[in-house]
Write a protein that binds this ligand. Structure first.
Ligand code: ATP
Ligand code: MG
Length: 247
């Protein structure tokens, strides 16, 4: 899997209107003739279509090459980030049987805030008051849930409780967190380049962050070996750290 930043000028073809529609949070393409969107939590099949799998493949190539990556039958899975912050995943046959797929999680310009979560009933004001107290008391916090259940959103809300006077280092695979504090160092992992070098892992960044005098380390998502480093840093004086974990 590879991640990089796509060019803002990429011609998105039939997906452009969907990307421009504010209510659409996710755009999902399966082969040339099935384009789904997610709007307010519900999936819809749209009328949008590509002329052929080749045309869809050409769009995938445009997105991927704009960030200096390559996707082909040999490496048929690819992650990228568009210039606006949207996350892109593309797959090709033989990994995806019914043609190329493209999944775009649109960048949430206005990430939900604690008031929003209380309003929609995610939790009571009392619950979030308790969570705020946990953050202020430097409890280590781990947000767990399945795909798309709101982990990053909740982590963003929890981060918003961190006092302004503290130094925060955020570490993510693809930068999504939107902290309002000023004293934040944002770090992002990076896959290997085409020549196989230059990879920076979450684990590298966690280890490095320990030397950056962090008051808090916020890790977007712990998946592999970094989980161990994260637990260790939580245990060795960097209390008040936060991360998410896939359930
Ligand atoms: N409490 C909530 N109530 C309603 N919608 C929410 C809530 N939390 C998140 N969402 C919406 O759900 C979508 C997914 O949220 P988010 O990115 O936080 O999930 P995630 O668990 O981090 O996903 P992933 O597993 O892909 O990293 C977003 O569109 C977000 O605005
Ligand atoms: Mg997430």
């Amino acid at each position: 899997m590879r991640t990089a930043v796509a060019d803002p000028g990429v011609d998105l073809g039939p997906l452009r209107p969907l990307m421009d529609e504010d209510e659409v949070t996710e755009v999902m393409v399966i082969g040339y003739d099935r384009v789904y969107v997610e709007t307010r939590g519900t999936l819809f099949l749209t009328q949008a279509r590509f002329a052929s799998d080749a045309e869809l493949r050409a769009l995938i190539d445009r997105i991927v090459t704009a960030v200096g990556r390559r996707i082909d039958e040999g490496t048929p899975l690819c992650d990228a980030r568009m210039a606006d912050g949207s996350r892109v995943n593309a797959t090709l046959p033989p990994a995806s049987i019914d043609g190329p797929t493209l999944t775009i999680r649109k960048f949430a310009r206005d990430r939900l805030r604690v008031e929003d979560l209380v309003r929609v009933g995610t939790g009571s004001a009392t619950l979030f008051g308790f969570l705020r107290a946990c953050v202020l008391a430097r409890a280590n916090l781990l947000v767990s849930g399945g795909t798309g259940t709101g982990k990053t959103t909740l982590l963003n809300v929890l981060s918003s409780f961190i006092p302004e006077a503290e130094r925060v280092v955020t570490i993510e695979d693809a930068a999504e967190l939107q902290l309002r504090q000023d004293h934040v160092v944002r770090m992002e992992a990076r896959p290997a380049g085409l020549d196989g070098t230059g990879r920076i892992t979450i684990r590298d960044l966690v280890v490095n962050a320990l030397r950056m005098r962090p008051d808090r380390i916020v890790v977007g998502e712990c998946r592999g070996p970094e989980a161990m480093d994260m637990l260790q840093s939580m245990n060795t004086g960097h209390d008040g750290s936060m991360t998410t974990l896939h359930a």
